[in-house]
Design a protein around this ligand. Structure first.
Ligand code: CTP
Ligand code: ZN
Length: 164
């Protein structure tokens, strides 16, 4: 590749990951999980008035990753930590005036309420009862959840497939 062509490629790569001025960048999301992250954060099917950008399948030092950037919003850790269910390695970067002022990894909660459905069709949380799904986190690697009603366990794909 000529020097000129290399420069063009470099420029294209940079455009894909435009820095933001203010907001939250969720980085190191597992490849293919960006939409689940949006779902977990309640950014789908909601009337939002801030900019959300998504990058999927981006190169990273550990292979491929997804990135979600939410501009002008500093999301709450309580909400962000739920991302650990589908992407335990994700990092949250708070951006102020183009600078990363805080960076931390999402933290696995002890209890998960409401954002997943139980994979057991017969579970009471899947019937027409006013019972919200609730799980206890019983394992970290891999993330393993146990339903508080029927005790059925879920891990890996089962978890991401059951995000409500
Ligand atoms: N970022 C952004 N806007 C900024 C600053 C950073 O969108 N003004 C994004 C970067 O594109 C990156 C993430 O925020 O996806 C973290 O930025 P930074 O800490 O600068 O990157 P790295 O050092 O590569 O982060 P890490 O070590 O966590 O991989
Ligand atoms: Zn259940």
């Amino acid at each position: 590749m000529s020097e000129n062509e290399e420069k063009k490629v470099e420029k294209r790569k940079k455009i894909k990951i435009t820095p933001i001025k203010h907001g939250t960048v969720i980085d190191h999301i597992r490849k293919g999980q960006a939409m689940k992250v949006l779902k977990i954060l309640g950014l789908i099917e909601r009337d939002i008035d801030f900019i959300v950008s998504i990058a999927m399948n981006v190169d990273s030092s550990e292979g491929k990753k997804d990135i979600v950037k939410v501009e002008d919003m500093e999301l709450k850790n309580e909400e962000l930590d739920k991302i650990s269910l589908v992407s335990p390695e994700a990092t949250v970067n708070i951006i102020r005036d183009y600078e990363v002022v805080d960076k931390h990894r999402v933290k696995l909660p002890d209890v998960v309420k409401g954002i997943l459905r139980c994979r057991n069709q017969n579970c009471i949380s899947n019937q027409d009862e006013p019972v919200k799904p609730e799980f206890e986190v019983v394992g970290k690697q891999p993330v393993t959840l146990k339903c508080n009603y029927c005790e059925r366990e879920m891990k890996g794909e089962e978890i991401s497939e059951n995000v409500i």
